[in-house]
Structure formats: C-alpha cells, structure tokens
Design a protein around this ligand. Structure first.
Ligand SMILES: [Ca+2]
Ligand SMILES: [Ca+2]
Length: 392
C-alpha cells in the first residue's frame, strides 16, 4: 500500500513535522506510535476505526477518543483540536479556521479574514502603544521642565536669602552705631512731644479764631454804641437813651483796666502737660549727656542741642540724624521687616526643596500632575494633559 504514502487522505490531521512517522514499513505496515509492537496494515490509518490504544492510527478522524487533530490553518496559525471535534458537524473556527475539521465543503476557509482581522488589531495595538509612549515622553518632558523651573527658583531664592542675611548683618551693625535703649527712650519722648505740640497748636488755633470772632463782634457793638453816644439828641431828654450813653461812657473808661483773666482752662491743662513732659525730657537728655560722656569716642547720637532745637521747632526732628543716617527706631523697624522677609523666603525655599526631594515615580512622571486627565492605554493608566488626548 505504498501508494497511499503522502496522500492527503493519509496525512489528514498530521502536522508536517510528523509526516516521517506516517510512512509504511517494508512490509507495508503501520506501527502504533506509542507502542511499536502493535502493528497494523497501513491502509488502516485514517480508516475511521480506532486500532492503536494511543489513537495514533486515526489522526484525521474522530474514531479514537484520545486523538489529536492538526489544523494546518494555512495563512494563519496551525492549531491542534481534540479528535472528537472532527466531523461533529460544527465548524470549530476558533481553532480550526481552515474548516478542515469537517468534511470538505462543509466549512469555508476563514483563515485569510482571520489573519487580516488579527493584523488590524495588531496594528491598532501598536499605534496605541506608540501614542502612549509619545504621551509618556511629553509628560516626562513637562516634569523635567517643572523640575528645572523649581531648581531655578530655589537658586534665585537662595541668593535672595543670602542678600537678606547680608542686609540684616548691616542693619545690626547700624543698630550698634545708632545708640542705646536709653537713647531710644529720649527719641520716643520727643516724638510724643511733637504729637502733643501739634495737638496743642491746633486747639490753640481754634481758640484764637473764636476769640477773634468775639473781638470783632465787640468792636461792632462798640462802634454802634459809640455812634449813638456821639450823635444822640440831648434835647429829647429820653431817660433810657441817657442811661445807655452813661453806661457806655463808664464801659469805655474801665475798658483799659479789663484783664485777660478768661484764659481757656483746657489750654492751661495742655500746656501744663507739656511742661511736665519737658521736665522729664530734660532729665533724660541730662542722663544721655552723662552717658555719652563715658563713651565719648562713639559720638553717634545727635547732640542734646539738636534735640532741644527739634523740640522748639528750630529744626525738624527728622532733620536730626545720627552717624548711620537713620534713627534707632527706623533701624529696628527695618530689622523686624528684614527678619520677617527672610523667614518667609526660608519657608518657601524649604517647601520647594522638599518638593524636589519628593519621589514622583520613574522619570519624575507624576510631578506634572496638575490639570491632568486619566487615559487608559493598553491596560495602563497614564496621566496626561487634556490637550494631549489620545482620541479615546
Ligand atoms: Ca484505523
Ligand atoms: Ca468540528
């Protein structure tokens, strides 16, 4: 039966690599593959009757329950199916797209369309992966830029802090030169003096204006009465007019003797306060003078004469300067301000440094996480910008 060798009927269900196993021996027989002592005539291969216990004589039929059927699936991928699926009337396309599991003509060959569909999915998957990688690269670049920006900000702020430290050092040196706490008290006293003087001055001005108003009214009345006194007709002998004229003449005679006793009590009180403060200031200046006597080489504080001049209004307080050009109070305010700015800057720079130290995953990807949407690509979640969408 050598003529059967190589025929499609004999080799149905056999993988090409196993073709050499399906060659008859010199006597035209077939040896079961798992037990070569079992010998059958070669024409009993694929005769739809199970002869070998391992099912090897029926690779292309469903005769043996334990056999395997090879689907060549040309143009796609070869596949084995259980022998029981052969000639069962069902086209088992999921494994056997060439339809060879059924009698020829029953199942159409669908391997080509399957292959095309497979290639299409493959291409889509590849495009998705490429898009994902591009997006990842964009995010990584954005993260890199953010990191660079942050590093630059830290550099700039470190420099600012350095400058603030320098300023603070200078201010503290200035403070040393600007004078002692006692001197500051003198300065504060004179400041208070300035304020009180302003208050007294404005109140006095108001009082003087009121007095002036009264004076004008009295002058007007005096003029009316004077005219009446000069012009009235003595012949009419009107007792009321006579009495008025007489009273006016007495008023004029005693007017020069009138004393300015009605000084405003409030004014008196204000100037009394001023006097008290002045005494205190004088004592403080005296104390200062004795102090500067001890430290004469320092000579950093304005002289007592300057301060008195300022008090009297000969010189303005802000014209008086010490060696550093600023008062102790101004310097202390500047120190306070500089220390606050330094503290703020230090806090900010620490936050930025901590952020730089923080782990944002491989390639720092999660750093640029602001304003992001989540895109699911090939089973992975990518965070990306809204405008870098993937069309999903
Ligand atoms: Ca057989
Ligand atoms: Ca089938």
């Amino acid at each position: 039966m050598a003529s059967l060798v190589g025929s499609t009927a004999v080799l149905k269900g056999v993988a090409p690599k196993n073709y050499p196993l399906y060659v008859p021996d010199k006597d035209g027989n077939f040896h079961c593959l798992n037990d070569s002592t079992i010998v059958i005539s070669f024409d009993r291969v694929n005769d739809d009757y199970c002869d070998c216990p391992d099912g090897s004589d029926e690779p292309g039929t469903s005769a043996c329950s334990n056999g395997k059927f090879y689907c060549a699936n040309e143009g796609f991928k070869p596949h084995y199916i259980p022998s029981s699926w052969v000639n069962d009337g069902v086209c088992d396309y999921q494994s056997c797209c060439d339809g060879s599991d059924e009698t020829e003509g029953v199942c159409a060959n669908r391997c080509k369309e399957l292959q095309e569909e497979f290639e299409l999915r493959d291409r889509e998957m590849e495009e998705t992966v490429v898009r994902g990688l591009e997006l990842r690269q964009k995010i990584a670049e954005k993260s890199r830029q953010q990191r660079l920006t942050l590093q630059n900000e830290v550099k700039v702020m470190d420099k600012q802090i350095e400058q603030l430290e320098c300023s603070l050092k200078q201010l503290k040196a200035d403070k040393e030169l600007a004078g002692s706490e006692g001197e500051k008290q003198v300065e504060l006293t004179f400041q208070k003096y300035g304020e009180m003087l302003n208050e007294a001055s404005s109140k006095a001005e108001a009082q003087f204006m009121a007095l002036d108003e009264h004076r004008k009214r009295i002058e007007a009345l005096e003029a009316i009465l004077g005219k009446m006194n000069d012009d009235y007709n003595h012949n009419f002998n009107d007792p009321a007019v006579k009495l008025a004229a007489q009273s006016y003449q007495e008023y004029v005679a005693s007017r020069a003797d009138m004393k300015d006793e009605d000084k405003n009590d409030e004014m008196k009180a204000i100037f009394g306060d001023l006097e008290g403060l002045f005494v205190t200031a004088k004592a403080q200046i005296a104390e200062k003078l004795s102090m500067s006597g001890d430290e004469s080489p320092k000579k950093s504080w304005p002289s007592a004469k300057d301060l008195v001049d300022a008090f009297l209004g000969v010189r303005r307080n802000d014209e008086i300067q010490n060696d550093v050009g600023r008062s102790l109070i101004e310097i202390e305010t500047a120190i306070e301000d500089t220390e606050k700015r330094m503290k703020d800057a230090q806090r900010q720079v620490n936050e930025k440094k901590a952020d730089l130290e923080k782990s944002y995953g491989p390639e720092d990807l999660l750093r640029s996480k602001t304003d992001c949407t989540t895109n699911k690509i090939a089973g992975y979640n990518y965070k990306g910008e809204k405008d870098a969408g993937t069309g999903q």
